[in-house]
Design a protein around this ligand. Structure first.
Ligand SMILES: [Zn+2]
Length: 128
């Protein structure tokens, strides 16, 4: 079985990666109990580079906190999403490898609509 569900979508995270991993596991276990699943085989999340969550730390935190849960054998996969958006002045659509951006890479105008890079959501979960 496969599920797609959204954890949260908001700008800025102030919680430590362990807290986030615990929160993620809560959601996973709750969903599992609702569906009567015994074990979680894999979890895939989308993580924006500007989310403030370090992927390595997040991955490590998940490995640690999953131990006594239904997800104890789950593979944890992170899709990293670069920061990106559209310039209000020239309409340039951009993505960047930076964790933040202050002006348009094309024209230098300091007003941008950020459209990606703050994600933190489960995109897929395989359970049995
Ligand atoms: Zn521009």
């Amino acid at each position: 079985m496969r599920y797609a569900l959204c954890v949260s979508r908001r700008n800025g995270w102030f919680m430590h990666e362990v807290s986030i991993a615990l929160c993620l596991l809560d959601i996973i276990e709750k969903k599992c109990r609702e569906e009567g699943c015994q074990t979680v085989e894999s979890v895939r999340v989308r993580l924006g580079k500007a989310s403030g969550v370090q992927p390595e730390a997040f991955s490590f935190a998940f490995e640690v906190v999953k131990k006594d849960t239904l997800a104890r054998n789950a593979r944890f996969m992170i899709d990293l999403i670069p920061l990106g958006g559209t310039c209000s002045a020239c309409g340039n659509r951009f993505t960047t490898e930076e964790a933040y951006i202050l002006e348009c890479p094309a024209c230098g105008f300091p007003s941008l609509q950020v459209t990606q890079g703050y994600e933190l959501e489960i995109v897929e979960m395989e359970v049995e």
